[in-house]
Ligand binder design. Structure first.
Ligand code: NAP
Length: 292
């Protein structure tokens, strides 16, 4: 199996690594900043290419994990994009969190060139990527997914085809909508408890075992209490994702009042200088008020 990987960021770097160490894939990588590709090649077996097209040329499967819709268009249908060089019958698997419309657009462009395309955004964060324990939400044709699944398995604990092209991105939107309000609720609870003079570590120890328990409560309460946000899933990325959700809701008519509000709270976090802070930094808005 010859594969190519485009985008060795926080997520892509370890995911591509798992394909080599667990999947024994023969890998060529491309990263816009060449130093990251050189480091990856030093760590794992494989080669680095200077453009997405050069990386994808002989590959049976090409993966991508870049930033947003425009980045994705650039590395696929752009002048040095992978679609220009992929061989007929090859498959493109996209792990970027992007819009459903760009997934449908690239699915159609891929089919027109005799290629397969699966949109496959992920959840589970940096730790999930490093441990190979991501959740992968997929959209596309059944035959393409059947080829993708045995590879995705190397860095995921859960994966599923959820419908035609764009369905993976729509499922990821559900994921982000569900997280947005939950993190704000958790920030309010932790801040409230601290104001009330409670030992919030002890409180969370109890309430996390009841109906209020969540991944965010388990994994983020300690750093929320400490006011530490220099890790994890960046507020800038979350605003990109919530923007995608709000755009889609204008099309399908589903009201997203809490999501819209929390999006504005993240805009405030960005103004506090927290664009790269973890999404749990919603509590920083309250901590900042206390300083005033
Ligand atoms: P990241 O660390 O910022 O990495 C982004 C990668 O994309 C880098 O390799 C970057 O290259 C490359 N890239 C961006 N724009 C490009 C362009 N126009 N042409 C070529 N390469 C380009 O981001 P990440 O955290 O890995 O996230 C990647 C995707 O996964 C995003 O869509 C994000 O929303 C999603 N995601 C992230 C997490 C998380 O916890 N981090 C969780 C779930 C989903 P350079 O190295 O040159 O900058």
């Amino acid at each position: 199996m010859r594969a190519a990987w485009i985008g060795l960021g926080v997520m892509g770097y370890p995911m591509a690594g798992h394909l080599v160490t667990r999947g024994s894939v023969d890998m060529t990588v491309y990263n816009r900043t060449g130093a990251k590709a050189a480091k990856w090649v030093e760590t794992f077996k494989g080669r680095a290419a200077v453009t997405p097209a050069a990386a994808a040329k002989d590959a049976d499967v090409v993966f991508a994990c870049v930033g947003n819709d425009d980045d994705l268009r650039q590395v696929t249908i752009g002048s040095d994009g992978a679609f220009n060089s992929m061989k007929p019958g090859a498959l493109f698997i996209d792990h970027t969190t992007a819009s459903a419309s760009v997934a449908r657009e690239l699915h159609a462009a891929a089919k027109a060139r005799g290629l397969g395309f699966v949109d496959a955004p992920v959840s589970g964060g940096q730790a999930g990527a490093e441990n190979g324990m991501l959740t992968v939400m997929c959209g596309g044709d059944e035959a393409d997914y059947a080829r993708a699944e045995p590879l995705i398995v190397h860095f995921s604990k859960m994966r599923k085809l959820l419908g035609p092209a764009g369905s993976g991105q729509l499922a990821k939107m559900c994921n982000q909508i569900a997280i947005a309000g939950l993190v704000q609720g958790l920030a309010e609870a932790v801040n409230f408890g601290m104001k009330a003079g409670l030992d919030m570590e002890a409180v969370v120890d109890v309430i996390s075992k009841g109906a209020a328990g969540s991944w965010q409560m388990e994994n983020r309460h300690k750093t929320m209490i400490a006011g530490k946000f220099d890790f994890g899933f960046a507020a800038d990325w979350m605003r990109k994702d919530l923007g995608i959700c709000l755009d889609e809701s204008r099309r399908n008519g589903a009201p997203l009042p809490v999501t819209a509000l929390v999006d504005q709270f993240y805009a405030e976090v960005q103004k506090l200088g927290g664009g790269r802070w973890d999404t749990s930094s919603l509590i920083a808005r309250f901590q900042n008020l206390d300083k005033k």
